[in-house]
Design a protein around this ligand. Structure first.
Ligand code: AMP
Length: 285
């Protein structure tokens, strides 16, 4: 497995791969890898000749400096895990390598419209601008045939598809199912920041999504929202940020189950100072 810290050396290697007509699958990550990330690598492995992963904790997508500072970093273990999955190359660049003109200078000009201002976009100003910047930089550097992202970050996946379309990249964007712990908690690098008590309580989010899905057969979205709000009221450990029912294409709130073919329930909540995300497609019919 090749490990590159700078862009020109990776591009020289990629050029060699392209000369041999090899298709390239890209898996962007922020490291602290778990089985969710590895499922992306496996999909990329199955669908491409070459798999390239990136490990980069992208400062421009963090709106909270404390969150950036506390973000787990475990590079040696990450590299061993990627090697074990048959990854061919890893880009582990410095901030200066990814932002040669500095993080303040934003040369990209994407417009995501209302998709950007709901849910994660509402609570984390500038977050998706940062995501778009790093994703387009990685697409420019690697120019993959396909790129792999998790449904876990549902809104991010929509933003990535918009970057791909607006930037005319022509990359096949593959969304991969959420990988969960045995107790239902969606795997996340941030889970390792949970205290033992909070880790034990964390599957509550998944249980709420399952409950909402069950209620969706008989109750209106408004009724479900009220019952969920009551569940969060009773749970002293969690502070709910949003529990939204949206159109999976536009990400805009849906008033009635029957308004769209499928409704995506998306939740974000703090437990202690760790912010957890989860989502699920509701099968109301
Ligand atoms: P991150 O390192 O958190 O930026 O995640 C890198 C990629 O892995 C993103 O496309 C995530 O959506 C995806 N990912 C993270 N956690 C999971 C999970 N539990 N299941 C599937 N994909 C995931």
């Amino acid at each position: 497995m090749q490990v590159f810290e700078n862009v020109p050396s990776m591009q020289a290697w990629l050029e060699q791969q392209r000369l041999q007509n090899r298709s390239i699958g890209l898996v962007p990550t922020m490291g602290a890898l778990h089985a969710g990330h590895l499922s992306l690598v496996r999909n990329a492995r199955n669908q491409n000749d070459i798999v390239v992963a990136s490990i980069f904790v992208n400062p421009t997508q963090f709106n909270d400096p404390g969150d950036l500072e506390n973000y787990p970093r475990q590079e040696a273990q990450d590299l061993a895990m990627l090697k074990g999955e048959g990854c061919d190359a890893v880009l582990m660049p410095s901030v200066a390598e990814m932002y040669p003109n500095g993080t303040e200078h934003n040369a990209y000009n994407y417009a995501f419209g209302p998709m950007e201002t709901v849910m994660e976009g509402a609570g984390r100003p500038g977050h998706f601008e940062g995501v778009a910047r790093i994703v387009s930089r990685l697409f420019d550097i690697v120019a993959p045939n396909s790129a792999y992202f998790g449904d876990k970050d549902f809104q991010q996946l929509s933003i990535v598809r918009a970057v791909n379309a607006q930037g005319n990249y022509g990359i096949r964007i593959e969304g991969c199912p959420i990988v969960r712990e045995e107790d239902g908690l969606a795997m996340s690098s941030r889970n390792q920041l949970l205290t033992a008590e909070h880790r034990a309580a964390a599957p509550f989010l998944y249980r709420c999504l399952l409950q909402a899905n069950r209620w969706s057969g008989s109750l209106s979205i408004d009724e479900v929202r009220h019952l969920l709000a009551a569940m969060f009221e009773e749970n002293e450990l969690f502070a709910l940020e949003y529990f939204d029912f949206v159109d999976p294409v536009t990400l805009q709130p849906v008033a009635n189950w029957e308004d769209v073919p499928k409704v995506q329930a998306c939740v974000a909540a703090f437990i202690g100072n760790v912010r957890l995300l989860d989502n699920m497609t509701m099968q109301s019919t």
